[in-house]
Design a protein around this ligand. Structure first.
Ligand code: ZN
Length: 60
């Protein structure tokens, strides 16, 4: 089931800034670089089927 109002969450690989958008921005609003954004959206009930996944956010 897909909810169109539930846009994915993206995390900047450069500074770790997260934002919610249908498409990742070309330029990070936080570090103002053209960074790579990774999808960190949670799709499991553990974190409520939405929002950024703390496990993916934790990274290291
Ligand atoms: Zn950034």
């Amino acid at each position: 089931m897909t909810d169109q109002n539930q846009a994915p969450w993206w995390k900047c690989n450069e500074c770790g800034h997260t934002l919610q958008a249908n498409e990742p921005p070309e330029q990070c609003p936080s570090c103002n670089k053209k960074c790579e954004f990774v999808n960190v959206t949670c799709y499991t009930p553990e974190c409520g089927m939405g929002g950024p996944d703390p496990k993916l956010m934790g990274g290291k």
